[in-house]
Design a protein around this ligand. Sequence first.
Ligand code: GDP
Ligand code: MG
Length: 210
Amino acid sequence: MSDSAISEREVAPTRPEGRTPLRSTATDGVKIVIVGGFGAGKTTLVRSVSEIRPLSTEETMTEAGRGIDSTAGLAGKLRTTVAFDFGRVSLTDEVVLYLFGAPGQRRFWYLWDRLFTGTLGAVVLVDTRRIEDSWYAIDRLEQYGMPFVVARNNFPGSLHDLGELREALSISDAVPVVECDARRRDSAKHVLITLVHHLYTMSRARGVRC
Ligand SMILES: Nc1nc2c(ncn2[C@@H]2O[C@H](COP(=O)(O)OP(=O)(O)O)[C@@H](O)[C@H]2O)c(=O)[nH]1
Ligand SMILES: [Mg+2]
């Protein structure tokens, strides 16, 4: 599908009224982080899926960032996240995900330790045109022993198929690898559902009751 074929409704960045109240039946809050390289689509994913007006600390990129934040291959990228993105999505009547998008640039990596506190799982969003930008995130998650899924964000010219991507990232067969279009709510939600299934599978394998 071409970029222009994606309708406003599918992108659904914010509700007109700004927020959807948390359901009174919600009992389980799950903290999820979205990580990945600069420009992989983290802010886009949080925006497209969040049912509250997403908190974002986006700033316009300036000359000062030239040579520090590489925008090679990111022609449309004019803004950057300087702290983190935050959004919320109700998966079922009971389960609510709280999404934290971590800034991708190296100079913000020190924030990750704090963001990981209380986190149950992560999505690594990958732009396969800049695959090496994902390695740090995967190393850190493996170091933490944090369950994660990999989502290939489908930018035009994405080369690797999902099998090649798994190989390029040297991740185990147990880690789900899916594709997505971070601009589309249904696609972003599918990634999150895959992660939640993965968390359940892993906790069952460990004999932990969820
Ligand atoms: N074609 C295409 N563009 C995307 C997609 N996801 C994000 N973008 C664009 O890629 C750029 C970087 O996305 P952004 O969410 O800011 O990346 P972040 O640095 O990881 O937060 C923005 O201009 C987005 O509009 C996608 O799935 N397809
Ligand atoms: Mg961002």
